[in-house]
Design a protein around this ligand. Sequence first.
Ligand SMILES: Nc1ncnc2c1ncn2[C@@H]1O[C@H](COP(=O)(O)OP(=O)(O)OP(=O)(O)O)[C@@H](O)[C@H]1O
Ligand SMILES: [Mg+2]
Length: 239
Amino acid sequence: MTQALLQLKGVRAGYGDAVVLNDISLEVADKSSLAVLGRNGVGKSTLLLTIMGFTRMTRGQIHWHGEDITHVAPFRRARGGIGWVAQEREIFPSLTVEENLTVTARPGHWTLERIYDLLPRMKERRGNKGNQLSGGEQQMLALGRALLTNPSLLLLDEPFEGLAPIIVEELAAAIRRMLAEQGTAFILVEQHAQMALALTENAVVLERGDIVHRARSDDLWKDHATLDRLIGLKVAEAH
Ligand SMILES: Nc1ncnc2c1ncn2[C@@H]1O[C@H](COP(=O)(O)OP(=O)(O)OP(=O)(O)O)[C@@H](O)[C@H]1O
Ligand SMILES: [Mg+2]
């Protein structure tokens, strides 16, 4: 059996005394992709924050390349190859696009040139300050900046939130290329099932801090009853 890139075993985590994730176990293989679906407030962002080490974990373990990183500090996890695009994009407002991209860059496949090739809009805006970008451009910048850290796993927290369809297409194309060109594994948190399931191999659905459904993404997309029941998506209308 090949070793998982990331493995969560019986993870319980939250903030202070509040338990948000109850008992989460999941695996992400190298060069694979996982969608995390679920309604508002079920703990999707908390799951990514827990993988980065920003929450209080009170049970279970997290393994990275087979090593226990449960007690490893967030910056070391980042340095070890876990990239994260927060739901709040955290663009540096007073730095230019190019400065935002390079400030946390590390050597690897993804160079500034390759990012500009992947996200041509960022090349056009390279001299603009972070606070002079549209919402969609900020989302592209956050993706580009995370890729430039050359992670082996990228955590994406609702990258399509609030974007116009044409920008969604642009970003989705970039994520597809990212996987095709470099095999960068990713976990994609999304409320919008259609895009998330089209972009990933496997999916889990969260409900009140637990995984209540696991499936291959293409199977879940065909499973109208489950989608409707768990995330309130009337797929017949969406198809
Ligand atoms: N910093 C925090 N301190 C305390 N509770 C928090 C904190 N962040 C989130 N929570 C709580 O944890 C629960 C899960 O929140 P989380 O942000 O993980 O949900 P989500 O699935 O990402 O929701 P959304 O789809 O709206 O982004 C919520 O009840 C929320 O109020
Ligand atoms: Mg969230």
